[in-house]
Design a binder for this molecule. Structure first.
Ligand SMILES: [Zn+2]
Length: 384
C-alpha cells in the first residue's frame, strides 16, 4: 500500500517537467543532485502574455517588457562587478578550480564559506531550529503539509516560481495553513552563474507568481544551492529581499536520496549527530530540507521530525518566528502569526509527540517505501 502510493508520487514528481537529466551541485563540489530540467528556448521571440509566466524551469528572458520594467528597480552601478560563474558540467559546481584565488570581498557563500553581515544563517536563540523546506510545492508537499498541520507545526517554505505556477492550489493551502512563504527563484539555477538582469528576472517572476496566487509579496529568499556572492546579494538587497541561507553544515542531504548518493538512514544518522551537539551550541540553527521528491518528504515526516519531537528543549519554528519578525511580507503579516516567546511544546511547536516506539516503527516502514521510490526514480533517469 505504501509502496504504491510512493511510486505514484514519484510519477507525479517526474511530471514536473519534460525530463530529469540535469545534474547540478547543491553547494558542494563533489555531490550531485538530479533535478527536473526543462528544454529551454535559447532565443527570445515574444513577450510573456498578460496573466502568463515564463517557460517553466527556464531562466526568464530579460528582453521581456515586464522584466525591463523590473530592471529599473535596481541601480546596477552599485552592484559589485564579479563575473558570472560557470557551472561545471560534470560536478555541477559553480566554484572555480582549486587554487584559484577568489577576492575576499566577493563573499561567496558556497565557494568561500563567507557570510555577509545581513545573511540569515541561524536562529539567534540556542535550541531554536529554523524549519525550512525548499523546492516545492510539489504533489508530495501535501503529505508534508498534512503532517505539519497535525502537529501544529509551522515552517518557512522556499517556493520555486515554476512550481507555484504548476501547483497554485498547493501554495494556497500552504499559505492558509500559516506557513511562512518565501522565494526560491523561478527556475532554480545557480544564481552566481546568471547575469545581473537574469537574477532580477528570476526573483521578480517568482515574487509575481506568488503574489498572483496568495496576494502577498515575500521578503525572504533563499538562493538555490546556497549559491550567492556579493553581486547576487547586492541585487537581492536592492530589490528589498532578505537573504536566508542555512547554518553551515546543517544540510540534511535529503536532496541526495533521489539520486542515490544518500539514504534515508544516512540522512537520519546525520540528523541524530546534530541532536547531540545542539545543546552545546551558542545559537540556534537553520536546517536545509526539501519537499520536491517523495523521498525528501518521507524522511522529513517519518524520521527527522518524529525524532526532533522527542528531543526536549527544541523550539522548532519558521525563520520569521525565530527572528521575531511579525511581517515577513511587504503587505505585513498575512496569515503568518508571530507567537510570543515560545519554548518547546508551546506556541507554534508540536502538540502531538509520538513515542519512541512509534517513531522507530515509522522509520523502518519509511525505508521500505523509500527504496521503492528511489528505484523508480533511477529507472526513469536511465530512460531519460
Ligand atoms: Zn533548492
Amino acid at each position: 500500500m505504501v509502496k504504491i502510493s510512493t511510486s505514484f508520487a514519484a510519477v507525479a514528481a517526474l511530471s514536473l517537467s519534460a525530463s530529469l537529466s540535469l545534474v547540478s551541485a547543491h553547494g558542494h563540489n563533489s555531490l550531485l543532485e538530479k533535478r527536473a530540467a526543462a528544454i529551454c528556448k535559447t532565443v527570445y521571440t515574444t513577450p510573456v502574455a498578460a496573466g502568463q509566466y515564463p517557460d517553466i524551469d527556464c531562466v526568464p528572458f530579460i528582453q521581456d517588457p515586464q522584466v525591463q520594467t523590473w530592471l529599473k528597480l535596481v541601480d546596477f552601478t552599485k552592484t559589485p562587478t564579479f563575473k558570472p560563474s560557470v557551472v561545471d558540467a560534470t560536478t555541477g559546481s559553480t566554484c572555480p578550480p582549486a587554487g584559484t584565488v577568489i577576492p575576499a570581498d566577493q563573499c561567496w557563500w558556497t565557494c568561500q564559506k563567507c557570510e555577509a553581515k545581513d545573511d540569515i544563517t541561524a536562529c539567534p536563540t540556542p535550541g531554536t531550529w529554523g524549519l525550512t523546506y525548499d523546492d516545492g510545492p510539489s504533489p508530495d508537499s501535501t503529505r508534508l503539509y498534512d503532517y505539519l498541520q497535525q502537529h501544529n507545526q509551522k515552517a518557512t517554505l522556499f517556493i520555486v516560481g515554476s512550481r507555484a505556477v504548476s501547483y497554485p492550489n498547493l501554495l494556497k493551502r500552504a499559505y492558509s495553513d500559516g506557513h511562512h512563504i518565501a522565494i526560491h527563484t523561478w527556475s532554480h539555477h545557480a544564481m552566481t552563474s546568471l547575469t545581473n538582469e537574469q537574477v532580477v528576472a528570476e526573483l521578480k517572476w517568482t515574487e509575481k507568481a506568488i503574489f498572483d496566487t496568495i496576494g502577498v509579496t515575500p521578503i525572504y529568499w533563499r538562493p538555490p544551492f546556497g549559491d550567492i556572492d556579493a553581486r547576487v546579494r547586492n541585487i537581492a538587497t536592492q530589490l528589498g529581499y532578505k537573504t536566508s541561507i542555512w547554518t553551515q553544515n546543517f544540510d540534511t542531504n535529503d536532496w541526495n536520496i533521489p539520486g542515490g548518493t544518500a539514504t534515508p538512514q544516512s540522512v537520519t544518522d546525520t540528523f541524530k549527530s546534530w541532536l547531540v551537539n545542539i545543546p552545546s551550541m551558542k545559537t540556534g540553527f537553520i536546517v536545509l530540507e526539501h519537499d520536491l521528491f517523495p523521498q525528501e518528504v518521507d524522511v522529513a515526516i517519518t524520521s527527522i521530525l518524529p525524532l526532533a519531537y522527542q528531543q526536549k528543549g527544541l523550539n522548532i519554528v519558521p525563520i520569521a518566528q525565530c527572528l521575531s519578525d511579525a511581517k515577513p511580507y511587504k503587505e505585513g503579516a498575512g496569515t503568518f502569526k508571530l507567537q510570543g516567546n515560545t519554548t518547546s511544546g508551546s506556541g507554534s511547536g508540536p502538540t502531538v509527540k509520538p513515542s519512541a516506539g512509534q517513531a522507530l516503527s515509522i522509520i523502518s516502514g519509511g525505508q521500505v517505501a523509500l527504496t521503492a521510490g528511489a528505484t523508480f526514480l533511477m529507472a526513469a533517469l536511465v530512460g531519460a
